[in-house]
Design a protein around this ligand. Structure first.
Ligand SMILES: *Cc1c(COP(=O)(O)O)cnc(C)c1O
Length: 339
């Protein structure tokens, strides 16, 4: 099958195709078939979903002759860590901006996990004092990029807000095509996909990749940063801009954009008790590591469905593991509560 995004400049940063595995113990526990798509194993400095997204952002950067990457994220941002690793791999300069997005005083949150690795890889770090101002954070990057351009550098900004061409989503168009090929080869027809939805690059790209391939299986998005109503709008907008950028003839109705915010509380980067229980359940049943911000919340939603008995013995469900476990080291209290 020819990929919908084959004509876009890209690099190849990761180890793909990532494995699609049956989780035997969890499947036995709930008498159904629970599969995991191992995008935590994309292989670039602990991997995760950002590797696929960066293939297309950095493809653009190189296409435009850039020599320096700039990006922004929370202190425990996996995207920032992966961007720095990609720059190092490709011999590009890199500057990152860390936002004060999560109110956590724990020293480990600021020193261990992702920020540790970012420092280890030697990225230049700027700090941005605000947390919930995406446009402001992107503008600060543009200001810094203009300064670098004045010094003769060729900067490329990888923005996070929704006002830019979502090259990252193209990585998940391809990710969906890859998963579908694996499912077809095994003759498996799942009843549902479960994916996290944050900046919406993963969700919108995945949904488009599935629908454009003729697959109509529900894609259950799990909100990690915004409530369901705002997130549905965000995914819808991102879908429109990626469809425009690709120039494909498809429309995806709003009611096909599922945004479940049942695990969002108390907020971005802050796990609730169900999320912590889900992280432990996965670690103790399968030896697979989830994170408190994204994959733990996503699996908590799936675990809830499994407990309710939503899937039968012949059903198959696929959980997209987007990585992020590095940030566990910023949350030592998860195992310090005596459990
Ligand atoms: C960034 C991230 C997400 C969210 O993906 P988006 O494309 O931003 O929606 C999910 N899981 C992990 C581990 C991430 O780092």
């Amino acid at each position: 099958m020819v990929s919908l995004v084959k004509d876009f400049p890209r690099v190849h940063l990761g180890h793909t195709p990532t494995p699609l595995e049956l989780m035997k113990n969890i499947s036995a526990e709930f008498a159904t078939n629970v599969w995991i798509k191992r995008d935590d194993c994309t292989g670039l400095a602990f991997g995760g979903n950002k590797t696929r997204q960066l293939d297309f952002y950095i493809g653009q950067a190189i296409h435009q002759g850039a020599d320096t990457l700039l990006t922004t994220g929370a202190v425990q941002s996996n995207h920032v860590r992966t961007t720095v690793a990609a720059a190092r791999k490709l011999g590009l300069e890199v500057e990152v901006q860390l936002e004060h997005r999560v109110d956590r005083e724990q020293p480990e949150y600021h020193r261990s996990g992702n920020p540790y690795l970012v420092r280890l890889m030697g990225a230049h770090i700027n700090y941005y004092p605000v947390g919930e101002d995406e446009d402001g954070a992107d503008k600060a990057l543009e200001v810094r990029a203009a300064e670098l351009a004045k010094q003769g550098r060729k900067p490329f900004v990888i923005p996070l807000s929704n006002a830019h061409t979502p090259y990252g989503a193209m990585g998940y168009v391809e990710g969906a095509e890859e998963l579908l090929a694996q499912l077809n080869a095994m003759n498996i027809d799942p009843v549902r996909f479960i994916v996290p939805t944050g900046s919406a690059s993963t969700h919108s790209g995945f949904l488009l990749g599935m629908r454009a391939s003729g697959c109509d299986i529900p894609v259950h998005g799990v909100c990690v940063r915004r409530d369901g109503v705002s997130q549905q709008q965000r995914v819808g907008n991102k879908l429109k801009s990626v469809i425009d950028a690709i120039g494909c003839d498809i429309s995806i109705p709003d009611d096909d954009i599922i945004c479940d915010d049942s695990q969002l509380a108390p907020g971005y980067g802050l796990p609730n008790d169900d999320t912590i229980a889900a992280i432990k359940h996965m670690a103790r049943s399968e030896g697979i590591l989830l994170d408190p911000t994204y994959s733990g919340k996503t699996f908590a939603v799936l675990l809830d469905m499994l407990h309710r008995g939503d899937f039968g013995a012949d059903d198959h469900v696929v959980f997209l593991h987007t990585g992020g476990a590095v940030s566990l080291f910023g949350y030592p209290e998860l195992v310090e509560d005596g459990h």
